[in-house]
Design a protein around this ligand. Structure first.
Ligand code: ADP
Ligand code: MG
Length: 704
C-alpha cells in the first residue's frame, strides 16, 4: 500500500452523500429527496422505502452490521442505540438483512432516562426520533464495528423538543422565511431560501493517557480540581502557532483522515496559546450540518487520542492559570442563489441591503444580549466567561474601523457619504509584495466580532454543543428581520423608509458596539454605564430563557413553547448541580485518599529527619519550619474537607428545588471547593515531588 493519502477519494467515503444517492436511487426518488432537502416537507412512504434499501445496501457493502438513530439529547452530547440489520431467518435458516423506510424515518428509543426537565412524566416516557433528511447519514467505525448513523431529531409523544436539533431546525426555517422577505424587498426574487452557515473553530488539550489515568479529577470531571502552577506557563507565547511536535502531528494526521472520511472538511490545525492546547477548524457549512459535524469532531478527537496513548480534554478550563478552551462560532447568512448577506462589498456605505442586515443584527444582539450570553453558558464555561478570561461575559459587537465609521456617520447625519479604505500594507522589502489591507482588523477580545463577511461568536464553550448558540442567533435575527420587513413592506417610499430604519436601529442600539479592549476593567464599568447586562455565571443566565421577551420571541417563530423553555431551565439547573456535585465528591475523594495520606507520610519522614538531625547535634530549624508549615496546611485541608462534605450534604437536602439547589452549589459548594484546593496547591509547591501522589501541571502539559 502506498502511503500517499488520496484525500479526494477519502473525503466523504463513509457518508451517504447526495452524490451516492444520485448513483444509487431511481431518478424520481432522488429528485424527491432533493426537493425535501431544499424545500422541506415529507418524503412519501414509497420513496422512504427505496432510500432505506439503498442506504442499507450501501452501508452493508461497506461492512456495516447495525444502524442507529443518532440524536442529540439535552446532555449536550450525542446518543445512539444500535439495531442490527438482521431479521428472522427463513425456514432454511438463511438470513436476509433488512431496513425499511419506516425504520429509517422513525425510531422509538426507550428514552425515559434522558433529561427532559419534566416534559415527559414517567407514565408518558415515549420519545421519538425522526430522520433529519437535511443531514447526511454516515458510517461510524470503531471497535463496535461499522454502524450506519442516521441523524435524527428527538421529540416527545406530543411533539415537544427533547433535543438540540429540533429547535435549531425550527430556527433555521424561521430565519429563512424572514430573511427572504428582506432580500425580496431589495429585488432578489430568485432566492428561495436563506441559509445560516456556521464554521466552528474547536480548541482542545491533549494529555498523556498514563498520566491522565492517575488523576481522578480528569477522569471524573474533565478538569484538574487541584494543581499548583508549573514554573513555566504560557508567558513566553512560544506555543501559539509553534512547530507541532511529532506525537501531536501524528495525532492530527489521523484525526483529519477520520474526519474527512465522515465528510467533515477539517481545514486548519495549529497549536494554541496554552502548552498542550491545539485547535482545529473545519470549512463552514449549513448550520444544521455544522452542529452535527462539530459533535463528530469532538467525538473523533477523543477516540483518536486513545489510539495515540493520549486523552483529549474538551473541558473549557482543564488547567487553572493557563488559557481555557472555547469554540469560535463563525456565523453568516447566504441566499440559495449565492449572495452572502454579510458581505459589505468594497463600499459598505453604499450597500443599503448590507447596512439594513447589519442594523438588524445589531438590534437583535442588543435586544437579546442576555439570551445570547445564556446560549453560550455551560458548567465549564463559567471558568472563562466573567472569570478574568477571554472573552468577557458582557456581550458587545465589534465592527472594525471601517464599519464603525459608517455607523457613526449614519447616526450623526443619517448619511454615510464616505468609507475608510483598507489601503496598502507596505512590507518595506522590495522582494515582498505589498498587499491590499483588509478593511476590518481583528479584535480578539470581542465576544461578537464582525470578521469580513461573517460574525464570530467567541463565547461558546469548547465542550458544549453549538446547537443552542446557533438556535438563539437565528431566532433573534429572524425577529429583527421580521420587524423590519413589517415596516418596509408597507412603506410608500421604500428608499426613504429603509434609510430611516437603518438610522433608527443604529442610533437606538449603538450602545452594543464596542471596538476597544473587552478584557479591561474600564470596559466592565463602561458597559454598566451603557446598561448592558453582565451575567457572570451559568446559573444566573438560566432565567433569561423565560422572561416575557424571550417567550414572546421563541413562541412567535415556533422555535420553543413556554413549556419547552421551562423544561430547558430545569435541565440546566439540574446539569449544573450534578456536575458540581461530581467535582466536589471527586475533591473529597482525592483529598481523603490521596493527598492527605501522602502528606501525612511525608510529614512523618520530615519529623523523623528533625529528630535524627537534632540527635546528631546539628541545627534542624529548616526541617522544623517546613514541618510546621506543612502541618498547618494539612490541618487547614482537613478542615476544608469537612466543610466541603457538609456543604455537599446540605446541597443534597435541597433536591426537589432545582433552582435553589443549583444556586447553592454555585454560591456555597464552589466556595468550599476553592477553600480545599488552596492549602493542597500550597503544599504541592513545598512537598518533595517524589512524595506527591499525582502528576503535576508540569508533567501534564509540558510532557505530552
Ligand atoms: P481565524 O482563526 O483567523 O478566525 P480560522 O480559519 O481558524 O480563522 O476559522 C475561520 C472559520 O470561519 C472557518 O471555520 C471558516 O470556515 C469559517 N467561515 C468562513 N466564512 C464563513 C461564512 N460565510 N459563514 C460561516 N463561517 C465561515
Ligand atoms: Mg482561529
Amino acid at each position: 500500500m502506498s502511503d500517499v493519502l488520496n484525500v479526494e477519494e477519502l473525503f466523504g467515503s463513509n457518508v451517504f452523500t447526495l452524490g451516492t444517492m444520485k448513483v444509487r436511487l431511481p431518478r424520481n426518488v432522488y429528485k424527491e429527496v432533493r426537493k425535501v432537502i431544499e424545500q422541506g416537507g415529507e418524503l412519501s412512504r414509497e420513496a422512504a422505502d427505496v432510500v432505506a434499501k439503498a442506504m442499507k445496501d450501501w452501508a452493508v457493502e461497506k461492512g456495516a452490521t447495525h444502524y442507529t438513530h443518532w440524536f442529540q439529547p439535552l446532555t449536550g452530547i450525542t446518543a445512539e442505540k444500535h439495531d442490527a440489520f438482521v431479521t428472522h431467518p427463513d425456514e432454511e435458516g438463511k438470513m436476509l438483512l433488512e431496513f425499511s423506510g419506516k425504520e429509517l424515518i422513525k425510531g422509538e428509543p426507550d428514552a425515559s432516562s434522558f433529561p427532559s426537565g419534566g416534559l415527559r412524566a414517567t407514565f408518558e416516557a415515549r420519545g421519538y426520533t425522526a430522520w433529519d433528511i437535511t443531514s447526511p447519514a454516515f458510517i461510524k467505525e470503531d471497535a463496535t464495528g461499522k454502524i450506519l448513523c442516521i441523524p435524527t431529531a428527538f421529540c416527545s409523544y406530543k411533539g415537544e423538543a427533547l433535543d438540540k436539533k429540533t429547535p435549531l431546525l425550527r430556527s433555521m426555517e424561521a430565519l429563512s422565511t424572514q430573511a427572504l422577505r428582506i432580500v425580496k424587498l431589495f429585488g432578489n426574487t430568485g432566492a428561495s431560501r436563506v441559509i445560516a452557515s456556521v464554521g466552528p473553530e474547536q480548541e482542545y488539550f491533549l494529555v498523556d493517557h498514563e498520566k491522565y489515568m492517575k488523576r481522578e479529577d480528569l477522569i471524573f470531571s474533565g478538569r484538574t480540581l487541584f494543581g499548583a502552577p508549573a514554573p513555566k506557563g504560557q508567558e513566553l507565547e512560544d506555543h501559539y502557532f509553534g512547530t507541532i511536535r511529532e506525537r501531536i502531528g501524528a495525532y492530527m494526521k489521523d484525526l483529519n483522515v477520520e474526519l474527512w472520511k465522515l465528510g467533515v472538511s477539517a481545514k486548519t490545525q495549529h497549536n494554541e496559546v496554552a502548552p498542550a492546547q491545539h485547535e482545529l477548524a473545519p470549512i463552514y457549512e449549513t448550520a444544521n450540518i455544522a452542529v452535527d459535524h462539530n459533535q463528530l469532531v469532538m467525538e473523533t478527537m477523543k477516540k483518536v487520542a486513545g489510539r495515540h496513548g493520549m486523552n483529549c480534554l474538551l473541558h473549557e478550563k482543564p488547567f487553572a492559570g493557563v488559557n481555557g478552551s472555547g469554540k469560535h462560532n463563525n456565523w453568516s447568512l447566504g441566499t440559495d442563489n449565492g449572495v452572502n448577506l454579510l458581505d459589505p462589498g468594497e463600499t459598505p456605505n453604499e450597500n443599503i441591503q448590507f447596512l439594513l442586515v447589519l442594523a438588524c443584527i445589531i438590534k437583535a444582539v442588543d435586544t437579546h444580549a442576555d439570551l445570547l450570553r445564556q446560549s453560550a453558558a455551560d458548567v465549564g464555561n463559567d471558568h472563562r466567561l466573567g472569570a478574568n478570561e477571554a472573552p468577557p461575559a458582557i456581550i458587545s459587537v465589534f465592527l472594525g474601523e471601517q464599519l464603525e465609521d459608517v455607523v457613526r456617520q449614519l447616526v450623526e447625519t443619517g448619511e454615510a457619504a464616505t468609507c475608510l479604505e483598507g489601503g496598502k500594507l507596505e512590507t518595506g522589502v522590495s522582494t515582498l509584495p505589498d498587499f491590499e489591507k483588509d478593511a476590518t482588523d481583528r479584535n480578539r477580545t470581542s465576544p461578537f466580532a464582525f470578521t469580513g463577511n461573517k460574525f464570530e461568536f467567541r463565547m461558546v464553550g469548547s465542550a458544549d454543543s453549538i446547537g443552542s448558540p446557533n438556535t438563539t442567533l437565528n431566532a433573534i435575527v429572524a425577529e429583527a428581520f421580521c420587524e423590519a420587513a413589517d415596516v418596509l413592506e408597507k412603506a410608500e417610499d421604500f428608499e426613504l423608509a429603509v434609510h430611516d430604519l437603518i438610522k433608527e436601529y443604529m442610533t437606538k442600539h449603538q450602545r452594543i458596539i464596542f471596538n476597544g479592549d473587552g478584557y479591561s476593567d474600564e470596559w466592565v464599568e463602561e458597559a454598566k454605564r451603557r446598561g448592558l447586562p453582565n451575567i457572570k455565571s451559568m446559573v444566573e443566565a438560566v432565567d433569561t430563557l423565560t422572561t416575557a421577551k424571550s417567550v414572546k420571541l421563541f413562541e412567535k417563530f415556533g422555535i420553543f413553547t413556554r413549556a419547552e423553555l421551562e423544561s430547558r431551565e430545569e435541565v440546566l439547573y439540574e446539569t449544573y448541580a450534578k456536575s458540581i456535585n461530581i467535582e466536589a465528591l471527586t475533591m473529597v475523594d482525592m483529598a481523603n485518599k490521596q493527598y492527605i495520606p501522602a502528606i501525612m507520610k511525608y510529614t512523618k519522614t520530615l519529623a523523623d529527619t528533625v529528630l535524627a538531625v537534632k540527635e546528631a547535634g546539628a541545627d534542624a530549624s529548616v526541617q522544623t519550619e517546613l514541618l510546621q508549615e506543612i502541618s498547618a496546611k494539612l490541618s487547614e485541608a482537613k478542615k476544608a474537607v469537612k466543610n466541603l462534605e457538609a456543604a455537599i450534604a446540605e446541597a443534597a437536602a435541597l433536591a426537589g428545588d432545582a433552582r435553589r439547589q443549583a444556586f447553592f452549589f454555585h454560591d456555597t459548594v464552589m466556595t468550599a471547593m476553592e477553600a480545599l484546593r488552596a492549602p493542597i496547591d500550597h503544599m504541592e509547591m513545598v512537598v518533595d515531588k517524589d512524595a506527591w501522589p499525582v502528576p503535576s501541571y508540569g508533567d501534564l502539559i509540558f510532557e505530552v
